[in-house]
Design a protein around this ligand. Structure first.
Ligand code: AP5
Length: 221
């Protein structure tokens, strides 16, 4: 099972990918998480990516495609995957198609999580993350038991620097300009499935799983 989760920043790609991957035992590959780890660890990739990420701009196609290619070649995507945050430009979508063809794999569906800009801004201004375990919280929807502290390991929660409102607005513009065109790319390949993604988490997860099940035409759960 190989899927792509598409959608604007804050549409719930990461949240939903984590839920369905746990349930279906798929690999959840978030290029944003790979880049954030690289920044945290001060690697060359992190140094190249940091200023683009903090400004809400995209990192170069070459760097990102290199990450995916490396994982494919290492066999890390063999057991099925959900790509979260990749592809994000038409050249990335074309490169993915080429890599998949070369490795005898295919994408089952590209699932678009549809939310309004107002909802994105509301969600991202309330997002806090645990820098130790990655657990995500959202004020006022998913509050930690003790304010500002992770329920799982007691670490002080942090905000992503790119969740400042001005940066979020730029990320939304970048999404419209550079990422929205890949919706047509997957529509023309008959792989696009759209899900209204405002509402209760469980209900959205149910819709996502249903779409995945239909795309696979196999009963996994
Ligand atoms: P990335 O980390 O991919 O950020 P993004 O796409 O902007 O997405 P987010 O992680 O902000 O949101 P999400 O859709 O995953 O939503 P989430 O589940 O977290 O990329 C960051 C940067 O890295 C980019 O700007 C770029 O610089 C670089 N980059 C990454 N990939 C790249 C690529 N391929 N090419 C070039 N550059 C790349 O949810 C958000 C919040 O909403 C959470 O607090 C959550 O709890 C809450 N929430 C979720 N669902 C609901 C709901 N139904 N109701 C209420 N709240 C909800």
């Amino acid at each position: 099972m190989n899927f792509i989760f598409l959608g604007p920043p804050g549409s719930g790609k990461g949240t939903q990918a984590k839920r369905v991957c746990e349930q279906l035992r798929l690999l959840h590959l978030s290029t944003g998480d790979v880049l954030r780890d690289a920044v945290k660890n001060g690697t060359e990739l992190g140094r190249k990516a940091q200023q683009f990420m903090e400004a809400g701009e995209l990192v170069s196609d070459e760097l990102i495609v290199g990450i995916i290619e490396e994982k494919l070649q290492a066999g890390q995507l063999d057991r099925g995957f959900v790509l979260d945050g990749f592809p994000r430009t038409v050249p990335q979508a074309e490169a993915l198609k080429e890599m998949m063809d070369k490795n005898g794999k295919e994408i089952d569906s590209a699932i678009l999580l549809d939310v309004s800009d107002e909802e994105v801004i509301k969600r991202l201004s309330g997002r806090f993350t645990c820098p130790t375990c990655g657990e995500m919280y959202n004020y006022p929807n998913k509050m930690p038991r003790n304010e500002g502290v992770c329920d799982k390991d007691g670490t002080q929660l942090v905000r992503r620097p790119d969740d400042e409102e001005a940066v979020v607005r730029n990320r939304l513009e970048v999404y419209q300009r550079q990422t929205a065109p890949i919706v047509d790319f997957y529509r023309s390949e008959s792989l696009l499935r759209e899900i209204p993604a405002e509402g209760k988490l469980d209900e959205i997860t149910k819709m996502v799983l249903e779409v995945m099940k239909v795309a696979q035409r196999r009963d996994y759960y």
